[in-house]
Design a protein around this ligand. Structure first.
Ligand SMILES: Cc1cc2nc3c(=O)[nH]c(=O)nc-3n(C[C@H](O)[C@H](O)[C@H](O)COP(=O)(O)OP(=O)(O)OC[C@H]3O[C@@H](n4cnc5c(N)ncnc54)[C@H](O)[C@@H]3O)c2cc1C
Length: 473
């Protein structure tokens, strides 16, 4: 009958629809369903199909931003320590020593400032000389390091985390719509009335967008240009080897932050970097750098734009490298750890390319081999058995978007987290209290999408008045 009339298939009217089945969507769905509301997760592929099923599983506090972000990180760390018991699942969680390799003087200054900030929240980060690296990682060679940071962080198995969250959510009656790609949001009188998917429609009471790097695209359906960008995280996984890396060896330098800053500024600073042309077209992709479009489709990167972004970054050829060529730039930011089952996990090369891509490039292998072998020469005998790449979202001020969407009564967002895993136990509860009971976690306004320099434009666009924290209805 439906086929004859052409009416879209209706998937009902849950109290809450969550868009995205990553670890953020899953934890939110679980917390909301635990409070008795009906929840449908709308997911274009499957559980953890995005970054949540592609990460290193690191439970990191050392890169936290000041303010609420740091407070939540501190709370999140406490919760993560007991999260296996809470979920009733083995997540392969371990506390691990983390060594941040520093290769230049400027990075020492940055790291000292970060250590001072972290100390205020009760986290301890020490500085070590290269000759003491082996007391932390017995197999490391100091390479080009001039110093290092040392702290205790955590690691778990991200697949087990996603699976445990889903299993808990399912036990609370959460309905998962796999293969439901959201392609539109319908609005009436400041309310989202229908979420439109390629395969049908859902008419929920509330909508939470938790679509990771794709969140900006979802907001585009409402004509809202949410300033959220992405970089690419690439990962190599080795065959299983006997215990070789005790914890995490990674970057002690701020390259990634610099790159993200450059990408974000390029979006608003000059028309040359304008992203808007294909961004709002559903078919146009989510270009993060200036990108040529044709009829709403991506045509190719704007050479000048990407070069300009690259020029704002320091050049270095050590554990971290920057390269330019073919109108693209890339940053190599290594991190190396070993899973409980013995696989070495090597990432994360962050590459700005102007569009989503899904294959680890051959240069990644060359770069990672070169830089890693300098510190761990014995790994030259180890084979890589798997590799993948996924987009990782970020926002201009590195704080997530978490809160209500101004101008709408029933629309919320939870996206753009930095070190996400450590926040997973909290995000669900914060969003559940907000959405179901209207309870605002103290200071949450810091994370509202209307904060900062985009707030004014947002308020005007949505025809709202502006307050210090954002827009007033
Ligand atoms: C290589 C790599 C290493 C990383 N390492 C770490 C780490 O060690 N520790 C850490 O904390 N973080 C790490 N991260 C970052 C972390 O994985 C992400 O921040 C986190 O997974 C984001 O979760 P999310 O639920 O917000 O987004 P995602 O997991 O990306 O989920 C978004 C979901 O939305 C779905 N979706 C998108 N568009 C639509 C649509 N139109 N309709 C329906 N569904 C849609 C997607 O299919 C996806 O399943 C890493 C990321 C990568 C790629």
């Amino acid at each position: 009958m439906e086929a004859m009339t052409g009416a879209p298939r209706s998937y009902g009217s849950p109290d809450v629809a969550v868009i995205g089945a990553g670890m953020i969507g899953l934890t939110i769905a679980y917390s909301i369903a635990s409070r008795g509301a009906s929840v449908a997760i709308l997911e274009k592929e499957d559980i953890a199909a995005g970054a949540s099923g592609s990460n290193m599983g690191l439970v990191l506090w050392s890169d936290s931003e000041p303010g609420l972000s740091l407070e939540l990180t501190a709370l999140g760390w406490q919760r993560i320590l007991g999260f296996e018991d809470e979920l009733g699942s083995d997540l392969e969680f371990r506390r691990i020593p983390a060594l941040g390799v520093i290769e230049d003087e400027n990075s020492i200054t940055g790291a000292r400032a970060q250590a001072a900030l972290l100390e205020k929240a009760g986290f301890k980060m020490e500085f070590v000389r290269p000759e003491h690296f082996r007391e932390i990682e017995p197999n490391i060679f100091p390479g080009k390091a001039i110093a290092g940071t040392y702290c205790e962080e955590g690691r778990l198995n991200p697949f087990l985390l996603a699976s445990a969250l889903w299993s808990r959510a399912k036990s609370k009656g959460v309905d998962l719509r796999r293969g439901f790609e959201v392609v539109g949001l319908e609005e009436k009188g400041g309310k989202i009335t229908r979420v439109v998917g390629k395969s049908g429609i859902v008419s929920p009471g509330m909508v939470i967008v938790a679509a990771g790097a794709w969140t900006r695209r979802i907001f585009g359906f409402l004509g809202i240009d949410l300033p959220q960008y992405y970089i690419h995280g690439e990962m190599l996984v080795s065959e299983q080897v006997p215990s070789y890396i005790r914890g995490l060896v990674g970057s002690g330098s701020p390259e990634r932050v610099l790159m993200e800053k450059a990408i974000a500024e390029s979006d608003t600073g000059s028309s040359e970097f304008s992203l808007s042309r294909c961004e709002r077209e559903p078919m146009g992709g989510d270009a993060v750098l200036g990108f040529e479009c044709e009829n709403g489709f991506e045509k190719g990167p704007k050479k000048a734009s990407t070069q300009r972004v690259a020029e704002t970054l320091p050049s270095r050829n050590g554990f971290f490298a920057r390269e330019r060529g073919n109108g693209q730039f890339r940053i190599v930011e290594d991190a190396l750890t070993q899973t409980v089952s013995g696989n070495l996990v090597l990432g994360q090369v962050s590459r700005g390319s102007g569009r989503f891509y899904n294959e680890v490039g051959h240069k990644t292998f060359a770069d990672l081999s070169r830089s890693t072998l300098r510190y761990f020469p014995a790994l030259s005998e180890v084979s890589v058995i798997r590799s993948w790449v996924k987009p990782v979202p970020f926002t201009p001020d590195h704080l997530p978007y978490m809160g209500p969407v101004a101008g709408y009564d029933n629309l919320f967002v939870a996206s753009g987290y930095k070190s996400t895993i450590i926040l997973v136990p909290l995000v669900g509860e914060i969003m559940a209290a907000l959405v179901l009971e209207g309870k605002v976690f103290p200071g949450l306004e810091e994370f509202y999408p209307t904060r900062g320099r985009h707030a004014g434009a947002w308020c005007v666009e949505r025809n709202l008045r502006r307050s210090r924290a954002g827009c007033l209805m």
